[in-house]
Design a protein around this ligand. Structure first.
Ligand SMILES: [Ca+2]
Ligand SMILES: [Ca+2]
Length: 209
């Protein structure tokens, strides 16, 4: 943990087993923050027994303020959304969201009501804007789809288009969502294949209340 001059505005923490082949799903809650440490509660959700010990890897995202402008969409689920104006490869799309304090949209915990709101919000845009990267990949192990918050995708969360994912040329490890149609896998960093970027970030005002 880094030592900051003052207590951070907010902290987002994610956890996964260091051995990623182990089954896992964690809820991580930040109880208290200080300028040089934090108290974090970790709850394992997928199982209450079966492992005596497990080595965990954490990622901490520190927010020093919440000055983000007012062009983020707020559907009321504790997160904010923003569609970036130009098309990018997945790697550059992911970097762009990180620069904004977020990540590519993760549909893991999004219920159908919020999913419809997000879809309607961006459905007003022209057809070319309707394909965007989502935070889902099977880059570590072919066919094992993991959200970028390190939780595995559940079968009821999947929205694959017919015939997808097909891992074309054995190179497709990133995912594009097409509004109204579903997901397809695609090469992460192929220059000719650029799509829009839908970023998600925590609604820090809500989380701090
Ligand atoms: Ca793949
Ligand atoms: Ca494909």
């Amino acid at each position: 943990m880094v030592c900051l001059p003052s207590t951070p505005y907010a902290l987002v923490v994610k956890a996964k087993p260091t051995d990623t082949s182990l089954p896992h799903k964690f809820r991580v809650k930040v109880d208290e923050m200080f300028h040089d440490s934090a108290i974090v509660e970790i709850e394992r959700l997928d199982s209450t027994s079966g492992w005596d010990w497990m080595s965990l890897t954490f990622q901490f995202t520190i927010y020093t303020s919440d000055n983000i402008g007012d062009d983020w969409y707020r559907p009321g689920n504790g997160y904010l959304y923003k569609l970036l104006p130009d098309k990018k490869t997945q790697r550059l799309a992911r970097d762009a969201c990180e620069e904004l304090g977020g990540w590519l949209i993760i549909y893991g915990e999004i219920n159908n009501t919020v999913r419809d709101k997000i879809r309607n919000q961006y459905d007003q845009l022209n057809a070319n804007s309707k394909r965007y990267w989502i935070g889902l990949t099977d880059i570590d192990k072919e066919g094992e789809w993991i959200w970028d918050d390190w939780t595995p995708v559940a079968s009821q969360q999947m929205r694959w288009k017919e015939g997808e994912p097909n891992d074309s040329n054995r190179k497709e490890n990133c995912v594009v969502s097409e509004i109204q149609k579903g997901w397809f896998d695609m090469q992460c960093n192929l220059n000719g294949k650029k799509f829009y970027t839908l970023c998600e970030r925590p609604d820090l005002k809500l989380k701090n209340n």
